[in-house]
Unconditional design. Structure first.
Length: 61
């Protein structure tokens, strides 16, 4: 089976080591955070995460 393209917020928190509440705060405050909202679910676009973190490197998130 192929790898998932989208991650839930809890999966993203586990993958990145960022707390779930902090991750949700980042998604609210940064309009360029790579996620989409489907109903009540927030799904993060996995392949865009490294570029997003590189762009915001050195910033206090």
């Amino acid at each position: 089976m192929s790898e998932k393209m989208m991650l839930t917020m809890p999966e993203t928190a586990k993958l990145t080591g960022i707390g779930l509440q902090k991750l949700k705060q980042i998604a609210r405050e940064y309009s360029d955070f790579p996620y989409i909202k489907i109903g009540v679910k927030h799904l993060v676009i996995k392949e865009k995460l490294p570029d997003w973190f590189e762009k915001h490197k050195g910033e206090e998130l």
